[in-house]
Design a protein around this ligand. Structure first.
Ligand code: GLN
Ligand code: ZN
Length: 753
C-alpha cells in the first residue's frame, strides 16, 4: 500500500511563486536568478511532501503559470500571432501566450472543470509535435536533488483535446496526439520513470458513445507503445465509462472516492476491479478543507481491500491538492475549534500517512491521532454559531410567498418605468470602480491598525463622492457607489456575516500569479449588521440620479468559499438569501430603488453531470428569489453574470425573476440575443458593450455597430448599455474614457430611436 499524491500547490506557503513571477515580469529579477528561485521552490515543495509521508512523488505538476499551457507549449501549439516572439527565448514566448504581448491577445482563460482555477485554452493551428519535455526535466531534477524516482504528471490526451479549441475535428486531433505522447512517454521510460500519471478529469463528464470508443482506442495504443506504466487518473466526480476504462491495458486507474463517491463505489461493487491494475483510491478530499473522519476513511479503505489486494492499492487525495491552501499551521486567528477541524494540503498528506499506518501496522499505532481527529470533528459540530436555532427556524417555515414577488414582471416593468423615468438605452456600470494604490495603501494601514476606523471610512466616503461627480459628469443614468470598501466581492460580505471565517494565509491559485483566499463557511449565516447600507445611501444622498445597490448573491458566496458539509448547499443558500433579503429591505427603506445581486458564479456552479443540473438550477434560482422578492413592485432588481456562455442557465434566469440581467457579451453578443429571443426572454438586458479585462480602450464605432445589430433583434425599451463587468482592475483614466465613449454611443443611438 503506497501513499501517492496527485499534485501539490505550486504557489508556495507564502505565495513565493507569485512574488517571483511578478518580480520577473517587472524586470526586477534576471532570468537566471528567476529559474534558480523557481527550482528551489519546486524542490522545497517536494521535500515537504516526502517529509509528510508521500511515497510516490508527483513531478511535473509544478508550473510557472498553468499545467495545460505547459503541455500545449511542449507540443508546440503556438498560435501564429506569437511566432514573431520565437527568437526571444522560450520563457518570453511562454508568458506571452498566457498574458499577451505588444498588440497580441493572450490565449483565453477558462475555468478548470467546476473549480475556481483557470487554465489557458490551447489553440490548435497546426499538428502537435513534441518539442520539449518538461516532465522529463522535472523527473531528472527530482532524481538529482533528492534521489527520488518521481511520478511525472500531465494532462491526458482526451482531456487535453476536450479543453482545446481550433482543431477541425476532435477525432483527428486526438489521433494526432498519439505520436507526441508516445515519444514523451518513451523519453520518460528511457530516463527510468516507472509510473506516469495521465490526468483525465474529462472522463467524469457525460460522454457520447463515440467519445468513449475514442478513449479506448487512444489508451490501447498508448499502453501498447510505451514501456512506462500508466496511471489513468480521474477526478471531480465518478467515472462515466467505468467498465470500458477497466478493460484498458493501463497499469492503474485513479478514482475520486470523495465527490460523488456513491457512483464510483456502486460501479466497483457491480463490475469489480481488475486484478491486473493498481487502484488509486482518492480517499481524502482535495477540494474542500474539512478534516477527514478517520473512522469512515478506514472503513472505506477496508471495503476497497475486498476488491484489490493491498499491494495494488494507493492511498491518495481525491484530486490534485492545487485547490487547497498549503497549511493550516499559522492560522492563529481562527477559533481553535475551527482551526483544529481543518485540513489543507499538508494536513491532507498527513491524513494519508496516518491511514496507511493504521492499515499496515494496526490502528493501535495511531490511536491517539485517530481520536484527536474525531474529537476535533465533534468540537466543530458543537461550536458556537454552528447551529443557530433562529436561523434554522426561519428557513424551516419559508412559504411560497417568500419566493414570489407581489406582482408579475410585465406589471412591474410599467411601475418601474413610471418611477425611475429612465431614458431609452439607459447607461450604467456593473459596480466596482478602479481601486487606486492610495486606496490599497489606506486599507493596508487600516488593517495593520495604523489608522482608525473613522479615518478609513472617511477615505472611502471621499472616493464615493469623487466618483459620484465623475459619473454625473460622464452622464451615466444609473450610478453606483463604486465598491471601494470591498477588497473582494465575497470576502467583504463574509467578514460581516456570522457563519463565515477568514483565514490569514489560505491562498489558492486562481491563475498564474493570481490567488484567492476563499472564506470558510462553517456555521449558520445571518445578518447581524447592515452590509452595504451606509456606503450606498451615502452615495444616494449626493445625487438626484438613482444609485444602484450592489450585493453578492448566494450561489457566488457559496461557490467562492470553502463550505461546510453537514448542511445541504440549498439550505446554506437560503440562509444567505435571507441575510440579503433583510439587507435589501433596508436599502429599499433608505430610498434605494435599484438593487443588483451579482451571481458571476452561477454558471460555473453548474454540476458537471447533466443529471444533477435541474436540481441545482431549481434551488439556485429559488435562493435568488428568496433574496430579492420581498421588495415593492417598483423597486428594480438586477442580476449580473459574467459569461456569455449562458445556454444552460437561460431557463433558470427566468426562474430567478429579475427585472434586468447584465451579462458579458463582448464575444458573440448578437448570438446571445437570438438565444434569449428563442427562449422567450422578456426581461431587461444589459449587454456588456466593452471588455473590462482588455487593456485597450473600446472604439466607439465598434460599440455602436454592436448595439445597432442588437437593436435589430431586441426592443429598445428593454436594452441597457453597460460594460461587461466591474471596472476594479482598470486604471482610472482608462475607466473614465471608456465610459465616456460608451455614453456617447448610447446617446447617439437614442437620438435615432
Ligand atoms: N459588482 C462586481 C464588480 O463590479 C461584479 C464582479 C463580477 O461579476 N465578478 O466588481
Ligand atoms: Zn462580472
Amino acid at each position: 500500500m503506497l501513499v501517492s499524491n496527485l499534485g501539490y500547490p505550486r504557489i508556495g506557503e507564502k505565495r513565493e511563486l507569485k512574488w517571483l513571477l511578478e518580480a520577473y515580469w517587472e524586470g526586477k529579477l534576471a532570468q537566471e536568478a528567476f529559474w534558480q528561485e523557481v527550482f528551489s521552490l519546486e524542490e522545497n515543495n517536494w521535500r515537504r511532501q516526502l517529509k509528510l509521508g508521500v511515497e510516490l512523488l508527483p513531478v511535473g505538476d509544478f508550473s510557472l503559470y498553468d499545467h495545460v499551457l505547459d503541455l500545449a507549449f511542449a507540443l508546440d501549439l503556438i498560435p501564429q500571432r506569437f511566432e514573431f516572439l520565437r527568437g526571444r527565448g522560450g520563457l518570453e514566448l511562454y508568458f506571452a501566450l498566457a498574458r499577451g504581448a505588444e498588440g497580441v491577445k493572450a490565449c483565453a482563460l477558462k475555468k478548470w472543470f467546476n473549480t475556481n482555477y483557470h487554465y489557458i485554452v490551447p489553440e490548435w493551428e497546426k499538428e502537435p509535435r513534441l518539442v520539449t519535455n518538461p516532465y522529463l526535466e522535472a523527473f531528472q531534477r527530482a532524481r538529482q536533488a533528492l534521489g527520488v524516482n518521481g511520478k511525472p504528471v500531465l494532462v491526458g490526451p482526451f482531456t487535453f483535446v476536450k479543453l482545446s479549441r481550433g482543431y477541425r475535428d476532435w477525432r483527428e486531433a486526438l489521433e494526432s496526439l498519439l505520436p507526441p505522447y508516445v515519444a514523451l512517454l518513451e523519453q520518460l521510460a528511457e530516463a527510468g520513470a516507472e509510473w506516469v500519471q495521465l490526468d483525465e478529469p474529462a472522463l467524469v463528464l457525460d460522454l457520447e458513445r463515440e467519445e468513449v470508443e475514442a478513449v479506448e482506442r487512444t489508451y490501447r495504443q498508448l499502453a501498447e507503445k510505451s514501456r512506462v506504466k500508466i496511471m489513468l487518473q480521474t477526478y471531480f466526480g465518478s467515472l462515466s465509462c467505468y467498465p470500458e476504462v477497466m478493460r484498458l491495458p493501463v497499469a492503474g486507474v485513479g478514482l475520486d472516492l470523495v465527490s460523488d463517491a456513491r457512483h464510483n463505489l456502486a460501479n466497483l461493487e457491480h463490475y469489480g476491479f481488475p486484478k491486473d491494475k493498481v487502484l488509486g483510491a482518492g480517499v481524502v478530499d482535495g477540494r474542500n478543507v474539512w478534516r477527514t473522519d478517520p473512522k469512515r476513511a478506514l472503513e472505506l479503505v477496508r471495503y476497497l481491500s475486498g476488491f484489490v489486494s493491498p499491494d495494488r492499492l494507493w492511498l491518495q487525495p481525491s484530486c490534485s491538492l492545487l485547490h487547497l491552501p498549503v497549511t493550516v499551521a499559522g492560522e492563529e486567528r481562527l477559533p481553535p475549534e475551527l482551526k483544529n477541524a481543518l485540513s489543507f494540503a499538508d494536513e491532507r498528506l498527513q491524513e494519508l500517512r496516518m491511514l496507511k499506518e493504521a492499515l499496515t501496522r494496526g490502528e493501535e499505532t495511531v490511536r491517539a491521532e485517530i481520536e484527536e481527529a474525531s474529537r476535533a470533528r465533534q468540537a466543530l459540530d458543537a461550536m458556537p454559531g454552528r447551529v443557530v436555532p433562529d436561523v434554522r427556524r426561519r428557513v424551516g417555515v419559508l412559504g411560497e410567498e417568500e419566493f414570489t414577488r407581489s406582482v408579475p414582471f410585465e406589471e412591474r416593468q410599467k411601475l418601474q418605468a413610471e418611477k425611475l423615468k429612465l431614458p431609452l438605452l439607459p447607461t450604467t456600470t456593473i459596480g466596482s470602480f478602479p481601486q487606486t494604490s492610495a486606496l490599497r495603501t489606506v486599507r493596508a494601514r487600516f488593517r495593520r491598525g495604523e489608522i482608525s476606523k473613522q479615518e478609513y471610512r472617511d477615505f472611502i466616503r471621499q472616493e464615493i463622492a469623487r466618483w459620484i461627480k465623475i459619473q454625473e459628469e460622464i452622464g451615466l443614468d444609473v450610478l453606483v457607489h463604486g465598491e471601494f470598501e470591498r477588497s473582494d466581492m465575497v470576502e467583504y460580505f463574509a467578514a460581516k456575516l456570522p457563519g463565515f471565517a477568514l483565514t490569514a494565509n489560505g491562498w489558492v491559485q486562481s491563475y498564474g500569479s493570481r490567488c484567492v483566499k476563499p472564506p470558510i463557511l462553517y456555521g449558520d449565516v445571518w445578518r447581524r449588521e447592515s452590509l452595504t447600507v451606509a456606503e450606498t445611501s451615502y452615495a444616494q444622498s449626493l445625487t438626484t440620479r438613482p444609485v444602484k445597490g450592489i450585493l453578492t448573491g448566494p450561489v457566488t458566496m457559496i461557490k467562492w468559499s470553502f463550505v461546510r458539509e453537514d448542511l445541504e448547499e440549498e439550505q446554506i443558500a437560503y440562509q444567505i438569501a435571507l441575510a440579503l433579503r433583510d439587507e435589501i429591505a433596508e436599502l429599499e427603506r433608505e430610498g434605494i430603488g435599484i438593487i443588483q445581486v451579482d451571481e458571476p458564479a452561477f454558471r460555473e456552479a453548474l454540476p458537471l453531470k447533466r443529471r444533477e443540473r435541474p436540481q441545482y438550477l431549481l434551488w439556485a434560482a429559488q435562493a435568488f428569489r428568496l433574496a430579492t422578492s420581498g421588495v415593492k413592485p417598483e423597486t428594480q432588481i438586477h442580476t449580473h453574470m459574467c459569461y456569455a456562455d449562458l445556454e444552460e442557465v437561460l431557463s433558470a434566469l427566468e426562474g430567478m425573476d429579475p427585472d434586468v440581467v447584465s451579462v458579458e457579451a463582448a464575444r458573440g453578443g448578437a448570438e446571445l440575443v437570438k438565444q434569449l429571443e428563442r427562449h422567450g426572454f422578456r426581461r431587461g438586458i444589459g449587454l456588456g458593450v466593452f471588455d473590462v479585462h482588455s487593456p485597450y480602450l473600446p472604439q466607439e464605432e465598434e460599440m455602436e455597430r454592436f448595439l445597432s445589430r442588437v437593436l435589430d433583434l431586441f426592443p429598445p425599451d428593454r436594452l441597457w448599455v453597460n460594460p461587461d463587468c466591474g471596472l476594479k482592475t482598470r486604471k482610472e483614466e482608462e475607466a473614465v474614457e471608456a465610459l465616456r465613449r460608451m455614453v456617447a454611443v448610447a446617446r447617439r443611438l437614442r437620438a435615432k430611436l
